[in-house]
Design a protein around this ligand. Sequence first.
Ligand code: ATP
Ligand code: MG
Length: 210
Amino acid sequence: MHTNGRRKLGVMGGTFDPIHHGHLVAASEVQYRFDLDEVIFVPTGQPWQKGDRPVSPAEDRYLMTVIATASNPRFSVSRVDVDRGKETYTVDTLRDLAEQHPDADLYFITGADALASILTWQDWSELFELAKFVGVSRPGYELNIDHLADHLRDYPEDTVTMIEIPALAISSSECRRRAGEGRPVWYLVPDGVVQYISKRHLYVPHDSAL
Ligand code: ATP
Ligand code: MG
């Protein structure tokens, strides 16, 4: 409980195909720096595709997220986007979570790359009413919101905060590529996720799966 009597909840949205240590370090660092009571991981609903590739089934992505976060008492996983069952928009995620947690202030956690696209495509004024945004550094992406400065002038100072976190040059794309080529993903993703990928033959080209 915090000075204003409200809980502080982080919201870490992602496709998590698969979840990796870059996601977990980002969530852990923001939890610590903002003294969050909890970080809720929210795997996206099933998009038809992401860019030009098929996305693994939502249940597999959800289960990998549960496996990866289970040991941290401050981490949990929400099914709101998975159960909505269509393309995920951040505003819907935040609306649903705000309704489920009326006693909490929400902090949406996002990497530098994703922040830029969220703020490009969606109505910020509504997003900023629902949550504060925390952008974390990510190797290979510029963390630059200077072009937002003008628009942000009308909002409280902590509407969007950028922070530097320990750099992990890991992406789900690279994990999928490696798994597909039979190269190891050990230590890029949690052990249980390595085993889940192998058990479900995720990312293996279809004809070579058992
Ligand atoms: P893909 O390569 O399929 O796009 P991804 O690694 O970017 O996968 P997402 O599920 O798209 O993972 O990302 C979810 C969130 O985590 C986004 O806000 C993204 O910017 C952030 N993120 C992902 N990897 C890192 C990382 N290594 N460091 C910091 N933030 C990250
Ligand atoms: Mg991504």
